[in-house]
Design a protein around this ligand. Structure first.
Ligand code: NAD
Ligand code: MG
Length: 386
């Protein structure tokens, strides 16, 4: 019986994780969970899963739910996330919160010796070096949930380290893959949220359309697999059937294919190295799919992808700045405060605005993250246009 802490239980990944865990009640139990504001969905999850501990986003939600569920212990905010992630009985923490709120609970879980099933890629982008060092020191596994990284992880199984030539991450291209940069200027939130292949939370759907998501994934892959940026390639693959590939020294390509169903990588992160059937599996028939297409990624069309390689190679807190600026800008676009093209403008400007001469410490990275948020919030107030 694997005991799971599920951070971000009400979201898209959270919901798929509940499906995976409840399909095998003898193998999995979600003993703690967190959610931010959707107390209706949160309450129904508490009824369904009967967790011991629940972290919520506000004191008000805590009070409401304490009356309804006197047998459950509740916590609020970051303290609640940390407690949920570090309960003694927890074996693995599935990090399905969105954004940088995932960092501190993930670090606390690693220090408490919990394995991590990582969906929250922002954590690795923000502080990859420190997260990976802590995992190594505490002998903790970080298992990828992101579909591309799960694919690469699966392809790498059984390969000798020296065999690898490069990683090839596939990109669907997001909602605006067929638009020119000129056409992007007038797009709406509703159009941006309409992803062609995947149904996901709002922020990651916006990130997919700006190619920020692929940029974050490049940096995530660098830290998860210890691969140099020069050996990470991105190709356009509109079908999202090949979830990613590796290329070996002799030129052999290994690819992992499957339906667009996040339950697969989630389940593999929880059952690794074993495999189990997925309930009500999505139909997947290559003879019906017929064709798979691959194309070059245009770095001029998608400057956020080019910028990911730039900040990744610069290292230090550059990826932190890239991530923090995007988090604020993408959420401001979702909230109707800025135009779509301002997401890119603010991320680009935040990176240009930043300079670093010395090595940074973990605490400095946290401070730089905060500073970047404040600066971008100010730009939004001063320059936000819709
Ligand atoms: P989502 O928006 O659907 O859900 C986010 C969850 O985080 C919710 O449970 C919400 O309550 C919680 N949350 C939001 N803000 C919070 C805060 N300030 N404090 C505490 N909790 C908060 O997002 P999602 O699509 O499930 O994505 C979650 C993470 O997984 C992201 O990092 C995303 O990049 C990653 N991911 C998602 C997918 C996908 O298919 N959805 C695929 C790969 C990776
Ligand atoms: Mg992905």
């Amino acid at each position: 019986m694997k005991k799971i802490a599920l951070l971000g239980a009400t979201g898209s990944i959270g919901t798929s994780t509940v499906d995976v865990a409840t399909a095998y009640p003898n193998l999995f139990r979600i003993i703690s969970l967190t959610f931010h504001s959707n107390s209706e969905k949160g309450a129904s999850l508490i009824e369904q899963l009967k967790p011991q501990y629940v972290g919520v986003g506000s004191e008000q939600i805590k009070q409401e739910l304490m009356e309804r569920f006197p047998e459950v212990e509740f916590g609020v905010g970051e303290a609640g996330l940390i407690k949920a992630a570090t309960l003694e009985q927890v074996d693995v923490v599935l990090t399905a919160v969105t954004g940088s709120v995932g960092l501190n609970p993930t670090m606390a879980a690693i220090e408490a010796g919990k394995d991590i099933a990582l969906a929250n890629k922002e954590t690795l982008v923000m502080a990859g070096q420190w997260v990976m060092d802590a995992a190594k020191k505490n002998n903790v596994s970080i298992l990828p949930v992101d579909s591309e990284h799960s694919a690469i992880f699966q392809c790498l199984e059984g390969q000798k380290e020296g065999n690898l030539k490069e990683l090839v991450i596939t990109a669907s291209g997001g909602s605006f893959r067929d638009l020119t940069r000129e056409e992007l200027k007038s797009v709406t939130l509703e159009q941006a949220l309409n992803h062609p292949n995947w149904s996901m939370g709002k922020k990651i759907t916006i990130d997919s359309s700006t190619m920020m998501n692929k940029g974050l994934e490049v940096i995530e892959a660098h830290w998860l697999f210890g691969t140099d940026y020069d050996k990470i390639k991105v190709v356009l693959h509109k079908e999202s059937i090949v979830h990613s590939m590796i290329v070996l020294k002799d030129g052999a390509y290994l690819a992992q294919l499957g339906p667009s169903d996040m339950r697969e990588p989630i389940q593999y992160a929880l059952t690794y190295p074993n495999r189990l059937p997925i309930q009500n599996e999505k139909s997947f028939d290559l003879t019906q799919i017929g064709q798979l297409n691959f194309g070059l990624m245009d770095f001029d069309r998608f400057p956020m992808l080019a910028l990911a390689f730039y900040v990744g190679k610069k290292g230090g807190a550059y990826p932190t700045v890239y991530n923090a600026a995007n988090e604020i800008a993408a959420n401001a676009f979702i909230d109707g405060e800025i135009s779509y093209s301002q997401i890119e403008e603010f991320v680009q400007k935040a990176v240009e605005n930043y300079s670093e001469t010395n090595e940074v410490t973990f605490n400095e990275v946290i401070a730089i993250d905060k500073q970047t948020r404040t600066i971008v919030e100010r730009w939004i107030k001063e320059e936000g246009r819709l």
